[in-house]
Design a protein around this ligand. Structure first.
Ligand SMILES: NC(=O)c1ccc[n+]([C@@H]2O[C@H](COP(=O)([O-])OP(=O)(O)OC[C@H]3O[C@@H](n4cnc5c(N)ncnc54)[C@H](O)[C@@H]3O)[C@@H](O)[C@H]2O)c1
Length: 351
């Protein structure tokens, strides 16, 4: 296995990556000193949960599948089940699942008894390279995604790559879109070499990049914003398909957003053609398409997308993008809508 430490002073912990890493759960739970556990999970991974051994008496709580489970109602239900199970302040929550489970279980753990320990066993690729690591927890409101939550770091994260063997194809694509983003981050971005690495190394490389950003910026200042590379258009595409038709998964939207960000950076004179091609090569190497979906093409759709981008919570009311440049990927404010519209028109020509 590969161990990636997350350095956060007294809140430091390890992310353990590799086939069979789930076998370490017993030791990690023992390390928390807990005498009891509640395992929060979903039906899709029940087979894996049956094999897990937390080493202490435990109950299992099943969440519904999908984003709908990320609600305050679920938090109440979970905290009541923790109470019914007799979880004390010194006990532990074990989240076994994708980003939905780790976000919800982490938030419940953060608030039950004003905060108890939790361990993440990330079972989706997106969870392993992103959601389970970094301590952001929370739920959605009808008014928006992830609007309520807290920063609460896990005691450990297990990224068992064997568990991915049951992950549906579309979920692989979702995780790969986030992976592609990491190819351009860091002091020495891995670029196209990322897609060529063995899976464990790929996951570890992404986790190292995420943890270096999180360690430098635990609570989302300028540094953590870089993790949103490719996400400004991605969020706009997701919002547009939510009320305007289309069927795009988050990672697929990020893949399109990465190539868009490269084309915009070229238009602004920040990078050259070769670097744009590298973006296409990385996204392609992860098996993802980057063409703008047919239903999002044309001037009227472009203007609608710009409207969504201006409302993106990271955009703080002017057009802000995370863009590549001579010094690497950075936050760029005050991008002209005309440049964004022209780049979207250019995107219409991408295959
Ligand atoms: N906290 C963070 O920093 C952070 C970062 C990125 C995303 N997120 C959140 O994560 C969520 C998305 O995560 P996700 O893509 O993992 O979605 P998810 O948790 O819904 O999992 C995707 C699907 O895969 C299934 N699944 C998971 N592991 C499986 C396995 N091993 N075998 C078979 N099926 C499996 C799930 O049941 C689900 O149907 C979103 O809610 C997003 O907001 C959080």
């Amino acid at each position: 296995v590969i161990v990636v430490p997350v350095e956060l002073g007294t809140r430091s912990y390890d992310v353990v990556i590799g086939g069979g890493a789930r076998g370490l759960l017993r030791r990690l739970v023992a390390g928390t000193g807990a005498g009891r556990a509640v395992v929060v999970t979903q039906r899709s991974v029940e087979g894996w949960v049956r094999e897990l051994d937390p080493g202490v008496p435990f109950d299992v709580e099943l969440l519904d599948d999908g984003e709908a489970a990320k609600s305050l109602a679920t938090i109440e239900r979970l905290c009541r089940s923790f109470a019914a199970s007799g979880l004390a302040r010194s006990d532990v929550v074990v989240a076994v699942g994708g980003g939905v489970v780790t976000d919800v279980a982490g938030f419940a753990a953060a608030t039950f008894h004003r905060g108890i320990a939790y361990v993440n066993v990330a079972t989706s690729l997106l969870g392993q390279v992103d959601a389970a690591v970094g301590g952001k927890t929370g739920v959605n409101l009808p008014e928006g995604k992830n609007l309520v939550g807290v920063f609460w770091q896990p005691r450990a994260v297990l990224c068992d790559t064997d568990v991915l063997s049951t992950l549906p194809t579309r979920e692989w694509a979702c995780g790969r879109g986030e992976m592609a983003k990491y190819a351009f981050l860091g002091d020495e971005p891995p670029g196209a070499s990322l897609a060529a690495m063995p899976l464990d190394e790929q996951v570890a490389t992404c986790v190292r990049l995420k943890t270096s950003v999180v360690s430098a910026d635990e609570r989302e200042g300028a540094g953590r914003a870089l993790l949103n590379y490719g996400h400004t258009l991605a969020h706009a595409l997701e919002a547009a398909s939510f009320d305007g038709g289309g069927d795009l998964r988050h990672g697929e939207a990020v893949a399109i957003g990465l190539v868009f960000a490269a084309l915009l950076a070229r238009r602004l004179g920040r990078i050259d053609d070769r670097r744009v091609d590298e973006h296409r090569a990385v996204v392609g190497a992860f098996g993802l398409p980057w063409a703008l979906p047919a239903e999002r093409r044309g001037q009227a759709e472009a203007e609608r997308l710009v409207g969504f981008m201006a409302r993106d919570k990271k955009a703080a009311h002017d057009l802000t993008f995370v863009l590549d440049g001579p010094g690497g990927v950075e936050v760029v404010h005050g991008v002209e809508p005309a440049d964004v519209l022209a780049t979207l028109a250019e995107m219409g020509g991408e295959r």
